[in-house]
Design a protein around this ligand. Sequence first.
Ligand SMILES: [Ca+2]
Length: 438
Amino acid sequence: MTEGSRKKILIVIFTINKIKLMQAKTFLCLSGILVSFYAAGCNNNVSASTETAETVINVDTTKFPPVETRNANADYSPAFKGQTRIAGVKTTTAYKVDKIAEKIGRPWAVIPMPDGKLLITEKKGFMLIHNADGTFAKKITGFPEVDAGGQGGLLDVALDPDFSKNKMIYWSFSEKYGKGNLMAVAKGRLNEDASKVENPVVIFRATPALSSSLHFGSRLIFDKDGNLFVGTGERSVSEGRPQAQLLNSGLGKIFKITKEGKAAPGNPFLKDANAMPEIYAYGIRNAQSLDIHPVTGELWEAEFGPRGGDELNIIKAGKNYGWPVITYGLEYSGQKIGAAIQQKAGMEQPIYYWDPVLSPSGMVFYKGNTIPEWKNNLFICGLNSIHIARLVIVNNKVVGEEKLLEDKKERFRDVAYNNGMLYTVTDDGNLYRISKKL
Ligand SMILES: [Ca+2]
């Protein structure tokens, strides 16, 4: 962001605070004009003008240095200013962090249910329901066997958009298959007392199977049309890595499938006879973070880089996200990867990257207004980095970064939003609630 555009933002904030006193109808009319004014003065392309003015209220991106102060692993330069090590921000609204459950094993995912309870997956192959206050409610069994070990197990879960009526749930897991294993997606119906999943059936497999306990991805998220986005990895073995670039392989991809596991209508490679029709985007290393932006409706993804080069991407149909051809990271040995290039025509740039790494696991947009400065901010769990990254985003660019919950010194595995609060689960088996201090 340029200095000039920052000033314009501040003018917009000031004006909006003043006009909050006006009648709602007048406010709506004026804010449209103000947003247009801001958009016109900004160097960035504005794809979602309604996002802009609201997002930056109370966020001052001029006070603090970048939160990352360590040396980078690679000596690569970003493709554009602000692609890494953005200015630091600090939340000014008072909030509290409560540990509301502990000793819940190895949780991998947490999502809210329509009644406010939390559905938590457990890597070993079952799920738990906890009440909103953290107390244990149910253990759900009946899932097909998982190939546990390493990064494998029962991984993500998503509720059917019509869950209240049909009680269908979808989950991803590592499955023994052929001579190896792979990431599979299954669905089943939660029974009446929510203790068992009925009629589980695998609807999709990210073939081919390889022998590896790593890089299964995965995340699941429904789009507004009721199709399911699925992110997976390239299995972190030499045989799998180059397949991230191959459209006839299910490794290192983002898929879009129907509730039956078929290619979603409109998928970008439906007419390519050599491509898996379920592929939505490719060139992915290991996607463990997906969410849909609450204003733009676009799919956002975070993925693990190797040593350095963790990425935040906006996933668009048919696009190539570059792995392993372009990357801001190095091999774990310190060697350069491939031709050691970071940009290439026809390959998408991450909108943000980390070196040293964040190790991004689950992520979620803060979709409410309870903590106003967090509205539409992105919260990403860090594993090795033992914090939750808060990213302030304006016009699809990261403009501020904050480290949250550093004092817990835990590996954050997944984070969910519900009713103005965030819930996060850790590898130590703790469930935390982050809420506004009243
Ligand atoms: Ca990439």
